[in-house]
Design a protein. Structure first.
Length: 373
């Protein structure tokens, strides 16, 4: 947790102030976006800790089918469980809308049901000067009907100045998927927080302090190497710190001078190598799995350059015109896989993705059939 929270003081302060400033405070309605492994889930966990310290009730959920139903069940745990589907009931001539084998709440009824359940829960909490925090992770994966039900309920409760806070987090695709939906315009007013990279000086300071607290010193060139290798990417900070620490710790157990071990440059080099291997498995592979074959074609074309790529050159390598290639450039920028460098240039937004693509190019091509590679 601590390594991933460095450099996040501003967003944490905004949330704390939102809870303390009362209903209507901007920090009580927030959307957190960022690429994979930048610490979105960690931020939601920290928000929950902050709220619980103020005696608030916290409901954490991850978006998937049945999200609204799960929230309703969490809000009314003492009532008999009821399988509620927010899909429209089946219409049979002469019988009207009926459900087959299950109790059915329509998409029109669910917002009112959720609102009533939240309101009743807040009646109890507010008597104790507490409130309710609801966090939704991976919001880009939510069903539209679920998001409509939740947003509608929360919107009314905020208007009523109830003691509620709502934070949803997910990939940058949230913006294109939800914020332009006419029914979900309420979500546009949520305070936008985009998680990015951490300044290297903050990374360096965090490494130095964390290692020192564990009785192992890291300093000089070893410390500089470790900080630089992370490129400020939160998950890489965690990986690099852990793998270097583990190597040094194992050495300390075999040392006659326990507690006085200092990280060597060799420790750092090996730790970075181990971290890079884990980064590929945990971030690069899953990221590419979620992309279309043409998206991967674009990335492979970029990977041929040692630095920022010319968008016109990428299009040529793909065998496509600039307008066609630009469709995928835009998609990849929105997903924060690549970034716009200006002057017709793009570069990778995820550290070491270029290296990963080069090392796995043959496999990626083999599994991207139907594309021009």
């Amino acid at each position: 947790m601590p390594p991933l929270l460095i450099g996040r003081d501003a967003i944490i302060d905004d949330f704390e102030e939102g809870l303390d400033d009362g209903p209507g405070a901007p920090g009580r309605l927030m959307r957190v976006t960022g690429a994979r492994r930048v610490g979105k889930t960690v931020i939601l966990t920290e928000f929950g800790r902050i709220a619980k310290a103020r005696k608030w009730e916290v409901i954490d959920e991850t978006a998937s089918e049945g999200l609204a139903q799960r929230l309703l069940n969490r809000l009314t745990p003492d009532k008999p469980s009821m399988n509620i589907s927010i899909k429209p009931s089946v219409s049979i001539a002469g019988l009207g809308g009926v459900s087959l084998g299950e109790a059915n709440v329509s998409s029109q009824q669910m917002p009112l049901t959720l609102r009533a359940a939240m309101s009743q829960r807040l009646d109890v909490l507010e008597r104790k000067n507490a409130g309710l925090l609801v966090t939704i992770d991976e919001a880009q994966a939510a069903e539209r009907s679920d998001m409509v039900a939740i947003a509608t309920a929360v919107q009314h409760l905020i208007r009523e100045e109830r003691n509620i806070a709502f934070v949803f987090a997910g990939l940058p695709t949230i913006a294109s998927k939800w914020l332009n939906d006419e029914v979900l315009t309420f979500l546009r007013r949520a305070q936008a927080e985009q998680l990015g990279d951490i300044p290297l000086q903050d990374v360096r300071d965090a490494f130095e302090d964390t290692f020192e607290d564990s009785g192992i010193a890291i300093e000089g060139k070893a410390l500089d190497m470790a900080a630089k290798a992370t490129e400020g990417y939160p998950f890489m900070i965690q990986l690099v710190g852990y793998h270097i620490w583990r190597i040094a710790y194992r050495r300390s157990k075999n040392s006659d001078h326990a507690g006085s071990v200092t990280v060597t440059e060799q420790d750092t080099e090996q730790g970075i190598a181990n971290a890079l291997s884990r980064l590929g498995d945990a971030v690069h592979g899953p990221e590419l799995d979620g992309l279309s074959p043409i998206d991967k074609t674009y990335l492979l074309a970029m990977a041929q350059d040692d630095g920022p790529s010319s968008t016109s050159t990428v299009a040529e390598r793909m065998g496509k015109d600039a307008a066609y290639a630009n469709i995928y450039r835009t998609r990849l920028i929105e997903a924060q896989v690549i970034k716009d460098m200006g002057y017709g240039k793009v570069d990778f937004a995820i550290p070491y993705l270029r290296q990963y693509l080069r090392e796995h190019a043959a496999y990626i091509r083999m599994n991207s059939s139907g594309t021009s590679l």
